[in-house]
Design a protein around this ligand. Structure first.
Ligand SMILES: [Zn+2]
Length: 244
């Protein structure tokens, strides 16, 4: 279950709540991830200290950075990357979203953490699956990987073009019944559900996958939304995970 932390103004997943990591899905109320000052203020004001903060320059790619040694910088920007994985403690990993799907991963047995950003393009290109492969590639046991899918645009608001519909249908014919909704001659895509199904089918146990059907566009008080603002640059939520 995803629960709201009223002190930090973030959502956290009960599936990821354990003594080895800290993690959260930011909201409008926890700060704007596009503003570095706001981001740094959140962590300092809640006494979350770290040795390295890693911020990917997201490009809707399926590139995953597996960080096996510490970066030189205290605040490290990672070019052309949409997913981060590490075994290293005190490396705070971030992705930013405003409708796209943030996913946090933790292998509880081997203490390996990851975080990824996937919008329609990343979901279509199976970024969530690349993350699982990244984790298992450095020693994760699929049976101990726990996952939380964070606040994203809901099927209520995510209408797509016919061309996009065809792309998803061709790629995932087995999910047609589950991921599309039709109303008023429009087709709506359920990105959260598709990510859930892809993670499950990759071998993550259902009981280890957390999600909540938030809609970032419907909830203007709580979330930034590109679709609602109809432009970029109006703010983004930051989502984070760190091995203690
Ligand atoms: Zn909605």
């Amino acid at each position: 279950m995803l629960q709201f932390d009223n002190q930090r103004k973030i959502y956290h997943s009960t599936i990821l709540d354990n003594p080895h990591i800290i993690s959260g899905f930011g909201t409008k109320k926890s700060g704007d991830g596009m503003d570095e000052k706001s981001l740094l203020h959140f962590f300092s004001s809640h006494s979350i200290s770290y040795d390295h903060l890693m911020i990917p320059k997201q490009t809707h790619s399926t590139n995953v950075r597996i960080q096996l040694s510490s970066p030189a910088e205290h605040i490290a920007y990672v070019p052309n990357t949409d997913g981060l994985i590490t075994k290293l403690p005190r490396h705070l990993l971030i992705v930013e979203t405003a409708d796209c799907v943030p996913i946090i991963f933790h292998d509880t047995k081997n203490n390996i953490a990851g975080i990824s950003h996937q919008g329609w393009r990343g979901t279509l290109e199976c970024m969530q699956t690349r993350m699982v492969e990244g984790l298992t590639g450095i020693g994760s046991d699929i049976n101990s990987v726990h996952v939380a899918i964070g606040p994203s645009i809901g099927a209520c608001c995510y209408n797509i073009t016919h061309e996009r519909y065809m792309q998803f249908q061709e790629k995932f014919p087995q999910y047609t019944e589950e991921i599309f909704e039709h109303k008023d001659n429009e087709i709506y895509l359920n990105l959260i559900k598709l990510n859930y199904l892809l993670l499950r089918d990759k071998g993550i146990q259902e009981k280890h996958i957390d999600y909540f059907p938030f809609c970032t566009k419907c909830n203007a008080d709580m979330f930034y939304s590109y679709r609602r603002e109809k432009q970029k640059g109006k703010g983004e939520m930051f989502n984070y995970v760190m091995i203690k």
